[in-house]
Design a protein around this ligand. Structure first.
Ligand SMILES: C[S@@+](CC[C@H](N)C(=O)[O-])C[C@H]1O[C@@H](n2cnc3c(N)ncnc32)[C@H](O)[C@@H]1O
Length: 269
């Protein structure tokens, strides 16, 4: 079959429905490969915030979760939720993708630590107002939704007053560079201010993978507009003894500039 020049990688605007459809299809199809590549690094019962390897056990960004109601969105295989369960939290692990949730179920069986699993879009959470103390995600949902402001408002709605919201994403400044862990990824080639989505599309220009870029200021503005107070913005440094790579994250780049941003915010009491 002849390949249309429209197929391939581009930067363009993508609406929320297109973005959701692409994410669901992509993560269903990619779930096995993602777990095969990253499952060992993430562990079955462990909360790893980012490719730099920062763990919640060391960072304490969520505070003491014992006895708290916690929702993880974009949970993937839900290793974070299982770790939170072992810390005494009552956890619900949610994700858009049934493929990823199948891995979450397998992880529960392997580890013997079970948490309730829910298929849900983070932009339309099927919960009443004010039922969680903590909502969190490591690289889940937020980078993949066209209307991330809506996710912020949904998380705000389901949190109790005083509740905490923490999420990690690719550091916005990484969008300036090529997706390359080597020397090629050290040269600035894109505008930081270009908010068009990174899109992989088929011959009919239907998006098959979508990742959304916002600037640091955009992310903070979305949090504040939803009603949150920003407590911290963590930029994990690359550990000297960490030789692993994860896609475009590598020791070479990690020593020079940040690869991850973790936002920690509170719903005012
Ligand atoms: C990079 S993976 C991260 C998974 C897991 N948190 C981890 O650390 O491995 C991104 C996850 O976000 C999920 N996701 C994408 N869009 C979503 C949405 N709109 N609502 C909920 N989850 C979504 C994907 O299905 C996928 O499991």
């Amino acid at each position: 079959m002849e390949t249309s020049p429209d197929a391939g990688v581009t930067r363009r605007a993508v609406n929320p429905a297109e973005s959701r459809r692409a994410s669901r299809g992509w993560w269903d199809a990619d779930a096995d490969a993602y777990q095969a590549e990253h499952g060992a690094f993430l562990g079955d019962v462990d909360f790893v915030w980012c490719p730099e390897g920062l763990r919640e056990a060391d960072a304490h960004l969520l505070g003491d979760v014992a006895g708290k109601d916690v929702l993880e969105i974009g949970c993937g295989a839900a290793s974070c939720s299982r770790w939170l369960r072992t810390q005494g939290a009552r956890v619900v692990a949610s994700d858009l993708s049934a493929g990823m949730l199948r891995h979450a179920d397998a992880g529960s069986t392997r580890s013997g630590v079970r948490v309730p699993l829910l298929q849900a879009d983070a932009a339309a959470l099927p919960f009443a107002q004010g039922v969680f103390d903590v909502v969190c995600t490591a690289f889940g949902a937020v980078p993949f939704v066209a209307d991330s402001g809506r996710v912020m408002r949904e998380v705000f709605r389901v949190l109790r007053p005083g509740g905490r919201w923490a999420f990690s994403i690719t550091h916005p400044m990484r969008w300036v560079f090529l997706d390359d862990p080597g020397e090629g990824g050290l040269v600035a080639v894109h505008s930081y201010f270009d908010r068009r989505a990174y899109v992989e599309q088929d011959e009919a220009r239907v998006p098959t993978y979508v990742e959304q870029h916002r600037t640091l200021g955009d992310r903070i503005r979305e949090l504040v507009a939803a009603g949150f107070v920003l407590d911290d913005l963590v930029e994990p440094e690359w550990p000297d003894d960490h030789q692993g790579t994860w896609g475009q994250w590598s020791p070479l780049r990690g020593r020079i500039f940040p690869g991850t941003a973790i936002f920690v915010a509170t719903k005012p009491a």
